[in-house]
Design a protein. Sequence first.
Length: 372
Amino acid sequence: MNPPAPRKVLMTADTIGGLWTFALVLCEALCKSGTEVALVTMGRLPDAAKRAQAARIRNLSLISTDYRLEWTDDCARDVAASQEFVLRLAEALRPDIVHANTYCHAALPFGVPVLLTAHSCVATWWRACKNTPMPAQYLAYSTWIADAISRADLLVAPTSAFLHEFRSVHGRARAQRVIRNGRAIPPCRTATKEPVVLAAGRLWDEGKNIDVLCRAAQAGNLAIEIAGDNTSPDGRVAEFENVTLLGRLGPDALLQRMARAAVFAAPARYEPFGLSILEAALSGCALVLGDIRTLRELWDGAAIFVPPDDAMAWRHALSGLIAEPARAAHAGMRAQAHAERYSSEAMATGYLAAYAALLPHKQELPLAGVAA
């Protein structure tokens, strides 16, 4: 029996990378269950493709703002303004649940239960990518996270490994659980595969580690295509050689590329979940992934794992699959079958159960465990 759906949910998010995809997929599933969702976004205003995505979802109201994101430089004034905006919005909408995907909003006095999903954070990113103490400029950001954890009614993370890492840095929450991210399983998931390696993500993000693919391609006969934004929110532009940059693609265009690519590479040093990996697997791509705890948790037995910074190992793994189409096709089928456990329906069921546990008439439901 499915858990009861809340009448109204107020959700916060931003429009960069996987968080937008997560929010739209979850909102669509929640709205199908009868819940009205108001999705308020910060950061870069959604482009026409994103607005069209949201407009197709009945019972979803998209409220877009361009307040600076909580982890960017000189954001304190924008964060304070966005907090006031979201609080006033909650007073007007009177939601049953607030689902915060942004830390600075999770501690606000909404007067209703607050669920906080930790998708990533600067502190755990810094530990994985820099291995040095986090700079003092992130003190306010760390304080927002501490307040969020102490006041949110439930903390959710997409993998056990990331939840463990997050708690080791920021401390335990009142209650916590793991709910896997998910994607809808497309009715037609593959096309004729081409001898191409595809990668996708925020190219300026050191955690994505795209540079190792450039080094792997330097002396090899590899066709590597990379989709994603190479301009960071603060205006820095990342440059790459030996690969084909596709730029920022819309959702449909990216899925078409995935349908044709034989191999999908994600050499991440840091990846709490990786929705683009899931999309590629559903498209029948063979997966070659950075050998980190979160990706092992999700894809062990369905992917080839390579040390993130070993360019020679990446060249060998990718070249081997491209040279053997039958092996790549078999690996793609294995990844595809494994990916079907991470469906949007499973994710929505997990979140509906979490919401129900927080509503006053469902306090008896347990607040610990894993919803896979």
